[in-house]
Design a protein around this ligand. Structure first.
Ligand code: ZN
Length: 344
């Protein structure tokens, strides 16, 4: 049984409406917010006061000139609640703070060899990096999100093929306990795809391939991440490209990731081509973005993969990721603030 939307539900909905409206088109005056949302000016003013009190919005100096009453434009509060992104890579750890607009305010990435390290010690190191960037940014943290190279269950890390000691570790719980803020965890390829969507040049429908030590993909359809029924969508590295190829630790044979590991350039491009032609046929995407590549091999690989897909009709563009998008680390941090803006 459902009950009618109460006053509080409506107010929360309207707070999100006003905040989202400003986030989309800042700076905006209260009057413009009223016009755009269809709320009365009185209601908008009351909601804006609450959002300013919560340090989510800030009012800029009054614009002079023109006729009528001067309007103080509103924008997201750059000194307000921030998002902390953390990254557990196979060979590195990272931390990054973004403000409410998603702009990076502090970041640190350090090489780290932790395949044989106790996950608790790695969580300690990640939390210390988080504290370091929190201090450097000087902003209050709304929460944190951790990027991991593997498949993620509800809260616990389910499987990290390249970091087997992490199987079943509640990484989000461990980080939340150490830093004292709400924490989430997500697949690094998904977060890198979201960073490309939010801060890069990608269209609303694309496949983002993260090719580092492992190969994963983030699928974005209609401007939303497609996670699949159990959050496992985008395991491009385990698409079979050579049915008689080398055995893979996933139990399959001839997976893309194993063939690419052999590092013969022609075979690598051919293997990507086989996997991506299948992906394009299934999802009807027209753009493939290759991210996470070593700059020395990025452009030759992009050109070789594009050549493998050249005969597709309609044509598919193969692009390199936008370096300004920030990858999985910024995607993780921005996930926190975007959730806050959607649900203040
Ligand atoms: Zn496999």
């Amino acid at each position: 049984m459902t009950s009618p939307a109460g006053h509080r539900t409506v107010r929360r909905h309207n707070l999100a409406l006003v905040l989202g409206c400003v986030a989309e088109a800042e700076p905006l005056s209260r009057a413009r917010v009223a016009d755009r949302t269809g709320l009365t000016r009185g209601t908008v003013s009351s909601l804006v006061d609450e959002l300013i009190e919560a340090r989510l919005l800030t009012e800029l100096a009054v614009e002079r000139g023109g006729t009528g009453r001067p309007a103080a434009p509103l924008q997201l509060n750059r000194a307000g609640p921030a998002g902390l992104g953390l990254e557990l890579g196979v060979d590195r750890l990272g931390a990054c703070v973004v403000d409410l607009t998603g702009a990076v305010r502090a970041q640190v990435v350090v090489p780290s060899e932790h395949r044989d390290t106790d996950p608790a010690a790695v969580l300690d190191a990640l939390a210390a990096l988080g504290e370091q960037v929190r201090t450097a940014a000087g902003l209050p943290l709304a929460g944190t999100h951790l990027a991991v190279p593997g498949i993620v269950g509800d809260r616990a890390v389910v499987r990290l093929p390249n970091l087997p000691r992490w199987t079943g570790v509640d990484a989000a719980g461990g980080i939340a306990e150490r830093l004292g803020v709400p924490a989430g965890v997500a697949n690094e390829a998904d977060l890198a795809a979201l960073a490309e969507l939010w801060f890069g040049q990608a269209p609303a429908d694309f496949l983002h391939v993260s090719a580092g030590i492992g190969i994963g993909a983030g699928i974005v359809l209609g401007g939303e991440l497609f996670r699949g029924a159990g959050g496992r969508a985008g395991e491009l590295g385990h698409v079979v490209v050579e049915p008689d190829g080398p055995a893979c630790r996933c139990g399959g044979r001839g997976c893309l990731e194993e063939v690419v590991r052999l590092a013969e350039p022609h075979r690598t491009a051919r293997a990507f081509g086989v996997a991506l032609v299948g992906a394009v046929a299934l999802m009807d995407v027209r753009t493939i973005v290759l991210g996470g590549l070593d700059p020395a091999v990025a452009e030759p690989l992009r050109a070789a993969v594009a050549a493998e897909l050249a005969r597709l009709d309609p044509p598919v563009a193969v692009a390199l990721g936008d370096p300004a998008a920030g990858g999985a680390l910024r995607g993780a941090a921005a996930t926190v603030v975007r959730a806050l803006v959607r649900n203040p």
